[in-house]
Design a protein around this ligand. Structure first.
Ligand code: ADP
Ligand code: MG
Length: 236
């Protein structure tokens, strides 16, 4: 993303943000509530209009020369949000194979089962979402987002609805799976500890701006701004 700005009326929600995510890398957008994290993620996903700046995915400009924006379903991105609901009327297996329309039936089933297996959810393939715990639903949502093999995963506070004990485990599993899938990941969180654990690099945001983008250890040991220092100081 290059030079992204986004206004809601008089409010500048995103202010001149430039950042990159490399294949296989997890980048966390970290910062207090209201600093513009979700807006930035939604712009990457094309769920929010692109007012100013440029978005490239796999090197391709998401705004064509004619000015048309590449729509979400053509962006090769996987999306998962805190409240990303599963389709209640579809089984777990069908939820996961939903995004695999271009594959033949047997191939789809195989791929979806493989993913469920990796997440320890294969035994639940024929159940329906309401029969699962919150953590299990979260795993299925992750499998669904990963199923099409997206080049870029966009995750917005994916663990915040989970209780603390479950959260640690699912974080662990998710990180493992993201690394295995090899996709680049942009993950939004307001939790410094989560960012420290998940991220290869962290973009720390405040008031719509990225104050510093660095490896966790560098943010912690070499903060370039008092706000950065304080933000991580609060972890201890
Ligand atoms: P974060 O995800 O970091 O909590 P958001 O990106 O959701 O922050 O919001 C950034 C700012 O933009 C906030 O001040 C929020 O109130 C405002 N905002 C977000 N979405 C809208 C909207 N659809 N209309 C008006 N203001 C919005
Ligand atoms: Mg948000």
């Amino acid at each position: 993303m290059e030079g992204i700005c986004h206004d809601f009326g008089n409010l500048r929600a995103v202010d001149r943000v430039t950042l990159d995510v490399q294949p296989g890398e997890v980048v966390c957008l970290l910062g207090p509530s209201g600093c513009g994290k979700s807006t930035l993620l939604r712009i990457a996903a094309s769920l929010e209009e692109l007012q100013q700046g440029r978005v490239f995915i796999n090197g391709e400009d998401m705004r064509s020369a004619s000015g048309r924006l590449v729509p979400p379903e053509q962006r090769n991105v996987g999306l998962m949000f805190q409240d990303s609901a599963l389709f209640p009327h579809l089984s777990v297996l069908d939820n996961v194979s939903f995004g695999l329309g271009r594959l033949a039936g047997a191939e789809r089933r195989k791929r979806a089962l493989e993913l469920l297996e990796t997440l320890g959810m294969a035994a639940y393939a024929d159940r329906y979402p309401h029969m699962l715990s919150g953590g299990q639903q979260q795993r299925v949502a992750l499998a669904r987002a990963l199923a099409p093999g997206p080049g870029l995963m966009l995750l917005d506070e994916p663990f915040s609805a989970l209780d603390a004990r479950l959260r640690d485990r699912i974080r662990d599993d998710t990180l493992h799976l993201l690394k295995k899938a090899g996709a680049g990941t942009l993950l939004v969180t307001h939790d410094p500890e989560e960012a420290m654990f998940m991220a290869d690099r962290i973009a720390l945001m405040k008031d719509g701006r990225v104050l510093q983008m660095d490896r966790p250890v560098d943010l912690y040991c070499r903060p370039k701004d008092p706000f950065v220092a304080t933000f991580f100081g609060e972890v201890n």
